[in-house]
Ligand binder design. Structure first.
Ligand SMILES: Nc1nc2c(ncn2[C@@H]2O[C@H](COP(=O)(O)OP(=O)(O)O)[C@@H](O)[C@H]2O)c(=O)[nH]1
Ligand SMILES: [Mg+2]
Length: 649
C-alpha cells in the first residue's frame, strides 16, 4: 500500500512521515537549508504481522512538497497512491494548498484516506475542534467525505500512535490492484546513477509485474530507449519480481541516466504506444469560478507526466460548467502513454490552479470526425463496464470492425506470457493475419453476408455473360470500407457455408454458371484449339463459326455460356480469349506495371504484347472493367487488392 501526504506548506507533512517511519525525507542540501520539501520524499514502514514474520507487509510513503509552485511535483507523486493523508495545521487552519491538494486527490478519484490536524500542541482544544469542523466540511463534497479525522502533534508524539495503528489496519485490509492481464507499467519519478550499479529509475508500479532480466522501454521518448532489468528493489527491499502497487527501484542496463526524465513510463514494448490525442470523461472542479471553454489551453497531468495541451469539447454545448462532467478531447503538444481508465488532472495554462480531472476513455482518439454520432457511439461503448461488455458494445458500434491490436494497447493488456484472451463474443467474425487482428460484430457480419448475396444476385442479373465479379470488385460493391482481412473472412465464411462459389478469383452464386448442354460441350471442344491459336489477338465469333462450320448464333450463345462459367473472356463484343491467354496478358500487364510504379500505359503494353495499339487498349480496358486495373487519366493503375488471373500463372 502506498500512502501520500497532502497539504499546505509547513503544515507538518515531512515531520509526520518522520514521526511515523523515522526517516527524514528532506534529504537535499537545499531542502535542509530552506526547511522545505522540494522533491518527492520516500519512506517505508513495516506492518507488524502476528503469524508469519517473513511475509511482512510494508507501507510506502510518498511525501510531497506543499509549495504552491510545486503542485506539479505533488501531482507526479500523488498519481500512484492508494491512500491520501490530508494534513492541516491547527494554528493555520485550511489554507490555499489544503484546498488545491484536496482537489488533486479528489480529481484523481482517491476515496481512501484521512484528514490529520497537526501541531495540536500549538493550539487549544477549541481551536482544534473548529479546524476539525472546517476540514470535515471541506471533505464533504469530495470522494473523501466522511474520512476519519486524526489530531496529533508530530513533534510531541501525541496522537501519532493512533494514526499509525489505523494505517496498519488499512494496510492489512488493502488488496493490491488487480492485475487483470495488464502489462507492467512504472511511472518514473526519479532517475540517478549509482556507483557499481549504473542507471536506476524509481517510481510506482501502476500495473502488471516485472522481473529481473525483462526487456523494457521508456516512453515517450524522441528516440527508442530499450533497457534490460539488471536488478530490482520493491518497497526498499532487493527482490527478483515487483508487482502493481509497490514503489520500485529498477537498475537498467543499456540506457543512460540523462536519457530518462520524470513522467516517462517504463513498460514492455507491447505497451509502449503513445498518443497525442486522448478522449477523456472530464469533470470541472466544483470550486472553479468559471465554465471551461472549448480551446482552453491547459497542463495535462497523467501518471508522473505533465504535458501542455488544449481542450476540445465533444458533447453538445461549448462550455463545461463547474462541477459538470462531459467528454472532451485533449489535444496534446507531445504524445504521452495513456491507457483506458487512466486518471488525468488538468491545471490552468499558467499553472496557478487545479481545474479539472477525468478518466481516459479512448487513448487513441481521432483528429477527424471526433464528434460524429458514430464516434460518440464508440465513446459510449468505451464507457460500458466490464471490459467484455464494453468490447461487445464497441463491436456493435463499429460497422467496419474493431482493431483488436489497438484495443489491447488501449487497455494496456500484456502480450506474451502474461497475455489474457481478448473477451470477444463467440459469434464475432475475427480476422488475424500476422500483425493484423480485427473483429466484426456477429450481427453486422450476418447483415453483410446477406448484402453480399443480394449484390451478387444483382451483378448476375446485369452481367449474365460473366461468371461473376472477382473478390476485390465484389468488396468494392458490397463493403468498400471494410478492412480487407475482414472481407476475406466474410467471404471465406460464405464459401464454407456454400452460399457462394468461387472459380479462380471469380465469385458467383452457386446456381450461376451451371452445366453446358451436349451441343455446347461439343462446340466448346471444337473451338478450344482455335481460341488457343488466336493468341493475344483473340478470336471473333464470326471467324470461329466459319472455321468450325457451326452456325454463328449458336457459336455466340455457346461462347457467352463459357464466359459465364469463367472459362472464356469477352474482351469486346464478340471477341473471346481463353483463360490461359488472358492470364498471360495479365502477367504482362503486371510486369509492365511493376516496372513503372504500378502504372501501365497503352504504349508500353503494346510493346510488351506486340499487339496493335487498338487491341492493346481494348485488352487494358477489359482489365479496367473486371478490376485488375483502374483507369486514372491516361494510364491504367494496377489494383493492389485483386488476385485476378493469377491462379494459373
Ligand atoms: N509544534 C509543532 N511543530 C511542528 C509539528 N509538525 C511540524 N512542525 C514544525 O513545523 C515546521 C514545518 O514542518 P514540515 O514537516 O517541514 O512541514 P511540511 O512543509 O508540511 O513538510 C517544522 O519546523 C516542524 O518542526 C507539530 O506537530 N508541532
Ligand atoms: Mg515537507
Amino acid at each position: 500500500m502506498i500512502v501520500g501526504t497532502a497539504g499546505h506548506i509547513d503544515h507538518g507533512k515531512t515531520t509526520l512521515v518522520r514521526a511515523l517511519t523515522g526517516v527524514d525525507t528532506d534529504r537535499l542540501p537545499e531542502e535542509k537549508k530552506r526547511g522545505i520539501s522540494i522533491e518527492l520524499g520516500y519512506a517505508y514502514l513495516d506492518v507488524p504481522t502476528a503469524a508469519d514474520a517473513a511475509a511482512v507487509e510494508r507501507i510506502g510513503f510518498i511525501d510531497v512538497p506543499g509549495h504552491e509552485r510545486l503542485v506539479h511535483t505533488m501531482l507526479s507523486g500523488a498519481s500512484g497512491i492508494d491512500l491520501g493523508l490530508l494534513l492541516v495545521a491547527a494554528d493555520d487552519g485550511v489554507m490555499p494548498q489544503t484546498r488545491e491538494h484536496l482537489a488533486v486527490l479528489s480529481l484523481l478519484g482517491l476515496s481512501r484516506g484521512a484528514a490529520v490536524i497537526t501541531k495540536v500542541d500549538r493550539s487549544d482544544s477549541a481551536r482544534v475542534a473548529a479546524v476539525r469542523d472546517d476540514v470535515a466540511a471541506l471533505l464533504a463534497d469530495t470522494p473523501l467525505a466522511g474520512a476519519p479525522l486524526f489530531a496529533l502533534s508530530a513533534t510531541a508524539g501525541s496522537g501519532v500512535g493512533e494514526l499509525r495503528d489505523w494505517l496498519f489496519e488499512q494496510a492489512r485490509a488493502f488488496h493490491a490492484r488487480p492485475h487483470a492481464g495488464q502489462a507492467f507499467r512504472l511511472a518514473v519519478d526519479r532517475a540517478f546513477t549509482l556507483d557499481g550499479v549504473g542507471t536506476v529509475v524509481t517510481g510506482t508500479v501502476h500495473a502488471g509485474s516485472v522481473q529481473v532480466g525483462d526487456e523494457l522501454t521508456l516512453v515517450p521518448s524522441p528516440v527508442p530507449l530499450r533497457a534490460r532489468v539488471r536488478s530490482l528493489h520493491a518497497q526498499n527491499r532487493a527482490v527478483t519480481r515487483a508487482v502493481a502497487g509497490q514503489r520500485c527501484a529498477v537498475a537498467l542496463a543499456g540506457v543512460a541516466k540523462d536519457a530518462i526524465t520524470r513522467g516517462q513510463w517504463l513498460v514492455p514494448e507491447a505497451a509502449a504506444a503513445t498518443s497525442g490525442r486522448v478522449d477523456v470523461l472530464l469533470a470541472l472542479w466544483q470550486g472553479e469560478a468559471k465554465a471551461l471553454r472549448a480551446g482552453t489551453p491547459v497542463h495535462v497531468h497523467l501518471g508522473a507526466a505533465e504535458v501542455d495541451g488544449t481542450v476540445a469539447l465533444l458533447d453538445d454545448g461549448d462550455t463545461l460548467a463547474p462541477g459538470a462532467r462531459a467528454r472532451v478531447q485533449l489535444v496534446l503538444r507531445r504524445p504521452i502513454g495513456a491507457w483506458h481508465g487512466d486518471r488525468v488532472v488538468l491545471r490552468d495554462a499558467s499553472a496557478s490552479r487545479t481545474m479539472a480531472g477525468g478518466l481516459v476513455v479512448d487513448p487513441f482518439a481521432p483528429a477527424r470526425y471526433r464528434r460524429t454520432p458514430q464516434r460518440l457511439a464508440e465513446l459510449d461503448a468505451w464507457a460500458v463496464e466490464p471490459a467484455a461488455a464494453s468490447l461487445a458494445a464497441l463491436l456493435r458500434a463499429s460497422v467496419n470492425g474493431v482493431d483488436l491490436v489497438r484495443w489491447r494497447r488501449a487497455c494496456g493488456l500484456a502480450d506474451g506470457d502474461g497475455a489474457v484472451a481478448v473477451p470477444l463474443p463467440a459469434d464475432a467474425l475475427r480476422a488475424s493475419e500476422g500483425m493484423v487482428d480485427i473483429a466484426l460484430d456477429g450481427g453486422l457480419a450476418q447483415a453483410l453476408a446477406e448484402r453480399l448475396l443480394a449484390v451478387l444476385a444483382d451483378y448476375h442479373a446485369r452481367h449474365d455473360e460473366e461468371l461473376g465479379p472477382d473478390a476485390g470488385r465484389l468488396r468494392r460493391l458490397c463493403a468498400p470500407r471494410l478492412p480487407e482481412p475482414l472481407w476475406r473472412g466474410l467471404l471465406a465464411r460464405a464459401l464454407a457455408d456454400g452460399h457462394v462459389a468461387q472459380r479462380g478469383a471469380f465469385v458467383h452464386l452457386p446456381a450461376h454458371g451451371v452445366k453446358l448442354s451436349a451441343t455446347e460441350e461439343r462446340i466448346a471442344q471444337k473451338v478450344g484449339p482455335l481460341l488457343h491459336e488466336a493468341g493475344f489477338e483473340g478470336a471473333w465469333v464470326r471467324d470461329l463459326a466459319r472455321d468450325s462450320r457451326e452456325p454463328e448464333a449458336l457459336m455466340r450463345t455457346t461462347l457467352a455460356r463459357l464466359a459465364q462459367r469463367g472459362e472464356l473472356h469477352q474482351v469486346v463484343k464478340d471477341l473471346f480469349y481463353p483463360q490461359e491467354t488472358i492470364t498471360r496478358l495479365a502477367a504482362l500487364a503486371r510486369e509492365v506495371g511493376a516496372a513503372q510504379g504500378g502504372e501501365v500505359t497503352a504504349a508500353l503494353f503494346r510493346d510488351a504484347t506486340q499487339l496493335g495499339r487498338k487491341r492493346a487498349i481494348q485488352v487494358l480496358e477489359y482489365f479496367d472493367r473486371v478490376g485488375l486495373l483502374r483507369r486514372v487519366h491516361d494510364v491504367h493503375r494496377l489494383r493492389g487488392d485483386t488476385d485476378l488471373f493469377r491462379e494459373t500463372a
